[in-house]
Design a protein around this ligand. Structure first.
Ligand SMILES: [Cu+2]
Length: 385
């Protein structure tokens, strides 16, 4: 046997032994790792599944520290704030409601802790103020454009062509008064309709418009929820998803409601770029009134899915006290901010669930109402109930 041949055979033998030993060691370490805590931390997922990719987005921030002055909105105030306008009556008895909306497009606001974004707003907030009237009222909305681009307001509902806010843009420095009768009753939206449309919408020029039926609806704890998103890196995909303007806000500040009390949510989907969005309620079901244009519910369910601009009214009450989640049942949206909590209180026994209110007490000081009322850039529409 020649010398080189011995070297080759010896090399092969060494390789086989090395392979056998390493295979044995690998399988041993795999087994032992299943019992160690090492793999438990892989993206929070079961070993073997891909690690959660965030494309650099911030997921639920553990310390929620937006300075209220920098925030796009105070979500707790927005939740139950309905603007009824400056009210007067015409000679024939028609109720007239006057509103003022100021469009701006040069502010930079914090949409998630540490993430600043050029917001375009009506009256300084995203979403813009909720406008509310009763069917048959005459609505007059004066838009003052304090921005640098053409803007308009396009209302959903029934009105003449020239009040549709589509063909005539309001120039920077200009103003225009939209005037129409509130009809029919239901939940609607308004938004800027200037081109490029997706740019004007994704930057924040939208809000909710509610028309009440003449006979009213049953007494309830009423709230508005508008679903949106923010594309903070301008790739026409959203990086953050929210209900009422700030990701995860209601996770850190649960919405307090009472046991057995009727809750009514006016829900609107304004999400740009993603074709669908939805709302799922935990441990409960709700009556759903599509577009709110009928007094008989269309569905009794725990989830409703909407395309952009779709909306409806949800009615429910909680039978048991405690903390309940609501969120988009599109996991990506939920994990990027569209998640919140209801804290159902049993007023008949105050002590129940005191210890459940952990997350809300944690951050109340940072986001207190008094801090928000000091914010100077929020413009009144001219009428709160
Ligand atoms: Cu616009």
């Amino acid at each position: 046997m020649s010398y080189p041949r011995i070297v080759v055979l010896f090399g092969i033998a060494i390789s086989i032994v090395f392979f056998a030993i390493s295979t044995m060691l690998y399988s041993r370490s795999s087994l032992s790792d299943q019992n160690s805590s090492k793999l438990d931390t892989v993206g929070g997922h079961t070993p073997g599944y891909p690690i959660l990719k965030t494309t650099g987005d911030i997921l639920d921030p553990t310390s929620f520290v937006i300075n209220p002055k920098n925030a796009v909105v105070d979500p707790m105030k927005y939740l139950r704030e309905f603007n009824y306008g400056r009210v007067s009556t015409s000679s024939n008895g028609t109720v007239i409601r006057d509103f003022t909306l100021i469009a701006s497009d040069q502010q930079t606001k914090e949409v998630s802790p540490g993430v600043f974004y050029n917001v375009w707003t009506y009256n300084g907030t995203i979403p813009g103020p909720t406008i509310r009237a009763t069917e048959g009222d005459l609505i007059r909305i004066t838009l003052i454009n304090k921005g640098t681009k053409f803007h308009s307001i396009h209302f959903h509902g029934i009105h003449p062509s020239e009040m549709d806010g589509v063909f005539e843009g309001i120039a920077p420095g200009g103003r225009f008064t939209y005037q129409f009768t509130a009809e029919p009753f239901g939940v609607f939206l308004y938004h800027c309709h200037m081109q490029p449309l997706e740019e004007h919408i994704t930057h924040g020029l939208y809000g909710v418009y509610i028309v009440d039926p003449k006979q009213g609806r049953p007494q309830a704890d009423e709230m508005v929820m508008l679903m949106n998103g923010y594309d903070t890196d301008f790739d026409t995909e959203n990086n953050f998803y929210t209900v009422n303007g700030i990701p995860f806000y209601y996770m850190h500040h649960p919405i307090q409601i009472e046991k057995n009390r009727l809750i009514r949510i006016y829900l609107v989907n304004m999400l740009e770029f993603d074709p669908l969005n939805n709302f799922h309620l935990h441990a409960n079901l709700f009556n759903f009134y599509k577009t709110g244009t009928k007094l008989i519910p269309d569905e009794y369910t725990d989830i409703v899915t909407m395309n952009q601009a779709e909306r409806g009214i949800l009615e429910f009450s909680y039978k048991y006290p405690g903390m309940y989640m609501f969120h988009a049942h599109k996991t990506e949206f939920a994990e990027k901010g569209w998640t919140g909590l209801f804290f159902v209180k049993d007023n008949t026994s105050e002590s129940v669930n005191q210890n459940l209110n952990v997350t809300s007490t944690m951050n109340n000081t940072i986001y207190s109402k008094s801090n928000f009322s000091n914010a100077t850039n929020i413009v009144p529409t001219g009428g709160l109930k």
